[in-house]
Design a protein around this ligand. Sequence first.
Ligand code: UT7
Length: 331
Amino acid sequence: MEKRNKRKIKITGSGFYVPDKILTNFDLEKIVNTSDEWIITRTGIRERRIASDKDATSDLAIEASRRTLEDAGLKVKDIDMIIMATSTPDTLFPSTACWIQKGLGADHIPAFDVSAGCTGFLYGMILAESLILSGTAKRILLAGAELLTKITNYKDRSTCVLFGDAAGAMVLEESDDESGMLSFYWRADGQLGELLYQPAGGTRIPPSIEALEKDLQYLAMKGNEVFKHAVKRMGEAALEALKSAGLKKEDIDYFIPHQANIRIIDATGRRLKVPKEKVYSNIDRYGNVSVASIPICLHELKQDGKLKKGDIIVMDAFGAGFTWAAVVYRW
Ligand code: UT7
């Protein structure tokens, strides 16, 4: 399944959007029985962004996409496919990608969603590589956005302190030089689906008064179980993807892990022996924003002027499903 291509795809534009409204740990102290100190030491999060009641996931993704197209110096007509990664779609159908297509005015180009929990953005990159290198698409807009706060139970202190709303995006096309995606690794384990899921709202438990009374519309997670699997699987994904690229841990210039918990990030960084300053993290500012975390991290690194041509970047994620994946990328 994993492969090392001579032909590569590369990121020709990136961008993100987060809502203005900030929810701090001190705000949460007033809502549930928690403390700023607990949240910082157990998760690394200080604050997160909250979308307005009026916003849907596509509204954030459309803004991130506009910024990404501008970054790439492109117009909407220059893209020929939209892939959207999300677990919090505007509607169960049509796909959120179609709502983005409408919002951008990108008429009639194929548009569809990828659902792979927090790993969705990397699944989208891997899919985009195949679609571009096979000639099916030339230039793909890949967006990843979540409005997790709309499915967060603010009575459950073990989950409500974690999540935020955000959107990130990239334009992907075939590389004309040495830079681009070198390898990937992706896996899933459906046996463990119920450790992190939204019980009601689909066909297993359709929306009903009874489901609402039991709070089944909210995200449910066995946090410490998820934690253990995340550390193990993110290490596996990064190492396997590096092997597939013919590279070693020591070759990593920047490690961009999914931002779920600073302790997961640090543990995975240690396992890969990446010096702390090369492990990118913004979880203190945004919390866990699921699929949006990796494109936001990458764009911030780029904006800060930290990335040099030739740098080896490893992007690595774990999420509901369970799913896990890594992408090795030469800048
Ligand atoms: O995005 C991809 C998937 N998601 C993740 O990767 C998340 C993975 N899991 C985690 O990040 C962590 O498991 C959490 C941050 C969710 C929880 O941290 P933990 O260290 O695993 O805590 P725990 O669930 O084992 O709970 C320890 C204690 C419990 O109290 P007792 O039973 O020891 O008295 C909890 O009730 O901490 C308590 N607790 C809290 N206390 C204050 C749980 N949440 C809170 C809270 N404030 N917000």
